[in-house]
Design a protein around this ligand. Structure first.
Ligand code: NDP
Length: 337
């Protein structure tokens, strides 16, 4: 690869993004100045939060500007170093965005440290999504032996770890996902105690049947009709780590209901604890424990993960759009080089 490519936001999406909202730009590979490293991206992580960065709206992070490079974390190789701490061939991770190369000061980079697990895990089960599941469960969910934990988007990197951590703490894990293939994977490989297909007409009834003792922890990744089905089943003192609402990221859907009053009433009557969070707020207190606990569990296969790897940076927009409707199956990565 001797030219450089990057993908920028061409226009703001209305509803579901289309390929027209992105633009591929090419040019000569940049040179590293003194104090910089030249990186070649190996893997780019595609994550649901990126949809929010495409909106010009106030949030916990600033949006990507029109013409700006799409934001994202990568695993990259140092091609050239003009910084004393890095050498050619070093493997690093950092938020350099959707591009093949970058010449940057290494202040926000860190070395890939996965304890012998594949480097791709630094973007998934041993990276930001894994830490999100770990910290959300540890700080907010706090599952106890015998309790029932429910999670949706359960075949993805956040949900699949939530379910496995629930089981490690002695709780029952119920996973919700779209379609029979994902459900079979969760049942047969991840060993969830029960799995529910949210595309099936009888989803609320199937969920109720799988939770005869109610729900003690609902790890919220999705919202929408799944939240409607979960709400009546929540037990007194249930905990709800509010992690994401992917069913709403493309704007209001046809089936959307306003559930604010029913949610608030349930919170009062059943003393529910709902706590929203962004994983970064827990880094200082919990990141070292996460790495110490998870690296060996992943290495010995006790914690399982699945990756969905798409080749070529130019395919990132389609893969990203597909993820927002469930076309990915596992942690979505672009193999850039
Ligand atoms: P996934 O890889 O699981 O991909 C998203 C999945 O969401 C899709 O595959 C699809 O799975 C499911 N989905 C999409 N639309 C719907 C819908 N309308 N109804 C039900 N399911 C839907 O993503 P991640 O594991 O990376 O992220 C999961 C959640 O965690 C997201 O909400 C994300 O924003 C959030 N998150 C929050 C963080 C934080 O710090 N708070 C950090 C990281 C992630 P299916 O086919 O099963 O429907």
């Amino acid at each position: 690869m001797d030219t450089y490519s990057q993908i920028v936001v061409a226009s703001r999406p209305t509803g579901t993004p289309t390929s027209k909202n992105f633009r591929v730009e090419t040019g000569p590979i940049p040179a590293a100045a003194d104090g910089q490293v030249l990186l070649r991206t190996k893997y780019l992580s595609l994550d649901p939060y990126m949809r929010g960065r495409m909106n010009d709206a106030k949030s916990y992070a600033t949006p990507v500007s029109i013409g700006g490079i799409m934001e994202g974390e990568v695993v990259a190789e140092v091609l050239k170093s003009k910084h004393p701490d890095y050498r050619q061939g070093d493997l690093v991770q950092g938020r350099i965005g959707w591009r093949t190369h970058a010449a940057v000061e290494p202040t926000d980079l860190k070395r890939v440290e996965t304890g012998g697990n594949p480097a791709t895990t630094a973007l998934g089960v041993l990276g930001m999504p894994g830490f999100t599941a770990y910290s959300g469960m540890k700080v907010i969910g706090q599952p106890k032996p015998g309790e029932t934990v429910v999670v949706a988007a359960a075949s993805g990197p956040v949900g699949s770890l939530v379910g496995q951590l629930a089981q490690l703490s002695g709780a029952r894990a119920i996973g919700i996902a779209g379609g029979p293939e994902k459900c079979a994977y969760m049942r047969d490989e991840l060993k969830f105690d029960a799995v529910i297909d949210h595309r099936a007409d009888d989803m609320p009834e199937a969920l109720a049947k799988s939770c005869p003792d109610g729900i003690d922890v609902y790890f919220e990744n999705v919202g929408g009709p799944i939240w409607q089905a979960v709400l009546p089943l929540l037990n007194r003192y249930a905990r709800i780590p509010a992690c994401g609402l992917i069913a709403h990221y493309n704007g209001p859907g046809a089936a959307e209901q306003d559930s604010l009053s029913s949610t608030m009433l349930a919170m009062v009557r059943r003393s529910l604890l709902m706590r929203g969070f962004i994983n970064t707020e827990f880094v200082d207190d919990h990141y070292d424990d996460f790495m110490r606990d998870l690296i060996p569990l992943v290495a010995c296969g006790h914690i399982r993960y699945r990756e969905d790897i798409v080749d070529g940076l130019n395919n990132a927009p389609e893969a990203f759009i597909g993820m927002l409707s469930g076309r990915n199956f596992g942690k979505l990565l672009i193999r850039v080089s």
